[in-house]
Design a protein around this ligand. Structure first.
Ligand SMILES: [Zn+2]
Length: 175
């Protein structure tokens, strides 16, 4: 089934799930999922990939990351994964965004996926699946919650697992 996570009916269906995979490629739908996860005590497995390119155009790094949002852990906003301006631009009607792009204000929002990203998405899907196996096999004893690696040098990257006390998710979480 293909549907938009911004629709209330779809959100209701997601809240009935035990865990949600976030494989979306934009900030607006990710922000919806992270809010839904926090409000609904719904574990969210989110993955992201990114290519680092030098100013001279050479490929410098290929990052893969998975984030597991659990009820008492950080949300995607806590971790700084999401960008509010990007969410605003993505939710803007296409004609307004195109007008901004024509004026040079917006770059990359409607860009096609980079070919170099394809093998990373396969890796990310594997990471998401092993996270799900961890959840099923050991409750919520999967950690660190946000982790990833740079796949050219195979260097791991870890992040803080504490929620940001000033994050908006404090208001979303049930008391
Ligand atoms: Zn948060």
């Amino acid at each position: 089934m293909e549907a938009d996570v911004r629709e209330r009916e779809i959100q209701g269906q997601l809240l009935e799930c035990d865990v949600v995979y976030g494989a979306t490629d934009n900030h607006a739908s990710r922000s919806m999922l992270t809010e839904l996860s926090a409000r609904g005590h719904l574990p969210l497995i989110d993955v992201g990939v990114r290519a680092g390119v030098r100013e001279t155009g050479e490929l410098d790094a290929l990052y893969v990351e998975r984030r597991l949002q659990i009820p008492d852990g950080p949300c995607l906003w806590c971790w700084g994964v999401l960008d509010a301006e990007r969410v605003r631009l993505e939710l803007m009607p296409a004609f307004e965004r195109e007008a901004l792009a024509a004026e040079g204000y917006v770059a990359g929002i409607d860009a096609a996926p980079e070919p170099t990203i394809a093998p990373l998405t396969v890796t990310a899907a594997g990471l998401a699946t092993t996270t799900l196996l961890g959840l099923l096999g050991g409750g919520l004893e999967v950690g660190p919650l946000r982790a990833g690696f740079e796949s050219l040098r195979v260097e791991s990257i870890a992040y803080a697992d504490e929620p940001d006390p000033d994050c908006i998710c404090r208001r979303w979480r049930p008391a």
